[in-house]
Design a protein around this ligand. Sequence first.
Ligand SMILES: NC(=O)c1ccc[n+]([C@@H]2O[C@H](COP(=O)([O-])OP(=O)(O)OC[C@H]3O[C@@H](n4cnc5c(N)ncnc54)[C@H](OP(=O)(O)O)[C@@H]3O)[C@@H](O)[C@H]2O)c1
Length: 216
Amino acid sequence: MTQKSTIAVIGLGNIGSIVATNLVKGNRAVIVADRTAEKAAGLAKKLGPLATPKTIVDAIKEADIVVLAVWFSAIKELLAQYASELQGKIIIDPSNPIAPDDKGGFKKIIDEHTSAGEVLSAVAPKNATFVKALGTLSAASLAGAAFQKPEAAVLFYATDNTSVADAVELLIKDSGFAPAYVGGIDKSIKIEVFGDLHEFGALGKTITLSALAAKA
Ligand SMILES: NC(=O)c1ccc[n+]([C@@H]2O[C@H](COP(=O)([O-])OP(=O)(O)OC[C@H]3O[C@@H](n4cnc5c(N)ncnc54)[C@H](OP(=O)(O)O)[C@@H]3O)[C@@H](O)[C@H]2O)c1
């Protein structure tokens, strides 16, 4: 791909606004959209000319890569609502299938051995490419560890279609991180919350590619 893919971030809460901010810091253009139009306009104003606010439908239509930075159940709704506009796109799912428990923590809201990636990819448009990415760190680390020196922190990703690897890896690099492929969507569980490679799982921290290689 000679020209960079057009990226749209849908949902501008904690994760979506950080993803958009990191991309702009990496000198990458980004379309921003939210169900609250003022949120998209406000963030674009703050980020400057590389960020363009759009409605959700126009953002999806104009993008090659659509980051669905909303909660698990809202991703399901967006996949159904925009099924025709999402045809042929690269869909990025950063979600963790969790909800607050009654002890001040979080609990998984789907079967223990299943990932959000598997559940959501099964309902994504069949000719779109589904990628699990951008959700392996806390919002604080996604903001604080971007463009880390001397060596970038890793963002893991999973997809069944490696023909999109170049585009996804460039998005991750332009966000200030080092990409690391973990395998197909059946490996999503490793990079979701409580998983082996998640900051809130067995890994328990951010990691560089050198530290990851040393662990292997
Ligand atoms: N926060 C973290 O540390 C973290 C870390 C890793 C992964 N994640 C994952 O990232 C995703 C986003 O989390 P977050 O913390 O950024 O959530 P958040 O702060 O609650 O932001 C969600 C955003 O999505 C918007 N939204 C909700 N439903 C929508 C819909 N149907 N259409 C369009 N926009 C919609 C919300 O708008 P309103 O304000 O109008 O509700 C809000 O702006 C989740 O799947 C989460 O599991 C979060």
